[in-house]
Write a new protein. Structure first.
Lengths: 288, 270
């Protein structure tokens, strides 16, 4: 018993030195619950390079934080997460070390997605507002989703000539099945809270002003009930579903790298979006 | 390199990086710090776009004696807050093996001597194995009452199939360089003093091939083999921790090994 206490206090010391919040990503740990908040509200919590790296770092150390038994992932302000930051400013420093090209970005991004899915803690996304693209990916990488009645899910990437990548597809697929996954990815439809509940994408709808309290309260109760067996069944569920897609995801890294190097649709897609017109995409009929 | 490593030499020259396990007085057995240093090297290589080939070799008479299981090393085992128990140790080791497997560089193990346990795990996730003629492989884990874990089983199985994997893991019999070549486990066997030149020759041959094509083929082969086992790997940390806690076989196995006596492992009927 004494030895265990020493170990825990050591972990705690490490936490206080190394496991910090950053400005863009706050982490509050209390009574077995860690609340991780994407904190870039003026950009609707869009993931720029800095936020991606902070998230990767946090998912990395949380898994060894044996004091934490439940993790809540949420967003500051009115949005959960607007996806990858595709603003000119966001794109400017995107391919800086350590993600110097699309391949390395995909690889690092997948670290976050797989890291979240395989966290030993029980994870719950408190989806406080729109979850767009990667935002949907982060939510579907958690064990549970509590959503505000004002939230909605949208995967607009394909419509911009981009792709629903970084390993986000598999979590969505295992939650809602292929028919609804097609609807979200191929059609880019908005799925509001009610519809999301109907198709099994979310567990509970809460009024927007109560979401934070409800999610934290649930997490505290869960922290008391999060036994070894809960962790085991979580891992078994992960192994039986998304872990089985890791071989595909390892190819996705190369596929996306070559796709973006060879296909300019996204420039057209983004330009069209900025100018409020319909995009004109390339066709495969163009021969190699 | 500007980076300082206690247990490694890590050099880069042109397109080739060489990682040298450098703890020869302990036959290059991995202690905790050495694992974390290897982690740093893998993280460095992962984002290094100039390096296209990696040679993994070792100094002294052995390649790697596996995990350091001396009492002193084991006392440190769970001392790091990043891996405070067996489950997290397994997970952290597994992530390291996976990231090393996934390096975009083509990796060549230049095996200079005995290659044991985790050492064998690291070379089986390399793309090629070049071996000194007096070197050998061995997996002594079950003899000390533990499994062959940290995701090392899957690449071995993919290379040599279940019959030979059973033989190596369940009998703990060593496999010589020549025999390993016949089994398809080793690419080439050369005199010890030609190990590095043979490795560089192989790199020379590979460097004439399409770099993107090589990388894609590497990924495709890994996807079709070791990554197919990701679901099993996900359960392994839990399984190993539960096994250690339930049986205590690891403590008995190591005591017996140190005291040079037969181990008395726990039976289900005990």
């Amino acid at each position: 018993m004494r030895k265990r206490e020493t170990r825990q206090s050591l972990a705690h010391r490490y936490v206080s030195h190394e496991r910090r919040s950053s400005e863009r990503l706050t982490v509050v740990r209390d009574s077995g619950v860690a609340v991780v908040t994407l904190n870039r509200p003026r950009r609707r919590n869009a993931l720029n390079r800095e936020l991606l790296l902070a998230l990767k770092d946090t998912v990395g150390w949380l898994r060894a934080d044996t004091d934490t038994r439940v993790v809540v992932l949420t967003g500051a302000g009115d949005s959960f997460c607007a996806g990858v930051d595709i603003s000119a400013e966001g794109r400017r420093d995107f391919y800086m070390p350590p993600q110097q090209n699309e391949r390395l970005y995909q690889e690092g991004g997948q670290d976050i997605v797989w890291g979240l899915q395989s966290l030993p803690q029980v994870t719950v996304a408190a989806v406080n507002g729109p979850a767009i693209g990667w935002g949907t990916g982060l939510a579907t990488s958690c064990d549970f989703r509590f959503v505000s009645d004002k939230a909605f899910f949208r995967i607009p990437e394909i419509g911009f000539g981009m792709y629903y990548d970084v390993g986000c597809l598999y979590g969505l697929l295992s939650l809602v099945g292929p028919a609804q996954a097609r609807r979200l990815t191929m059609l880019g439809e908005d799925i509001d809270a009610q519809e999301a509940k109907r198709i099994g994408l979310v567990d509970q709808i809460v009024s927007s002003d109560e979401l934070g309290d409800v999610a934290r309260g649930w997490a505290r109760d869960m922290a008391d009930r999060a036994t070894d067996a809960v962790r085991l069944v979580k891992m078994q569920l992960y192994a039986s579903t998304n872990a089985r897609k890791r071989h595909l995801a390892s190819l996705e890294i190369e596929l996306m790298s070559c796709y973006y190097d060879s296909n300019t649709d996204r420039y057209e897609g983004l330009a069209a979006r900025e100018n409020g017109r319909l995009p004109v995409f390339s066709r495969e009929a163009i021969k190699m | 390199m500007a980076e300082d490593y206690t247990y490694f030499e890590f050099d880069k020259a042109g397109e080739v990086a060489t990682i040298t396990l450098n703890r020869p007085d302990k036959l290059n057995a991995f202690n905790l710090e050495m694992l974390f240093e290897f982690r740093r090297i893998v993280d460095d290589l992962r984002i290094d776009l100039d390096t296209r080939f990696v040679i993994l070799t070792a100094s002294g008479r052995a390649f790697c004696a596996g995990i350091d299981v001396t009492e002193k090393a084991r006392e440190d085992w769970y001392a790091d807050p990043r891996q405070p128990n067996e489950r997290l140790f397994q997970e952290s080791g597994q992530n390291l093996v996976r990231d090393f497997t996934n390096l975009h560089q083509i990796t060549i193990a230049a095996i200079n001597g005995a290659c044991v346990g985790l050492g064998l795990g690291l070379v089986t996730v390399c793309d090629f194995r070049v071996m000194a003629e007096d070197a050998y492989y061995s997996i002594p884990e079950t003899a000390i009452g533990i499994g062959y874990s940290v995701s090392c089983l899957y690449p071995l199985l993919a290379l040599i199939g279940p019959a030979q994997a059973r033989r190596m893991i369940m009998t703990c019999d060593p496999v010589s360089a020549q025999e390993s070549k016949q089994m398809g486990l080793t690419h080439s066997v050369v005199p010890a003093d030609e190990l590095m030149s043979a490795s560089l020759e192989l790199i020379e041959k590979l460097s004439t091939k399409g770099p993107t094509a090589l990388r894609l083929v590497k990924r495709m082969i890994n996807a079709a083999t070791v990554h197919q086992m990701a679901d099993l790997a996900a359960m392994e940390p839990e399984l190993v921790q539960a096994f250690y806690r339930a049986t205590g076989d690891i403590d008995e196995g190591l005591s017996a090994y140190r005291e040079k006596r037969p181990a008395r492992f726990k039976l289900e009927t005990d």
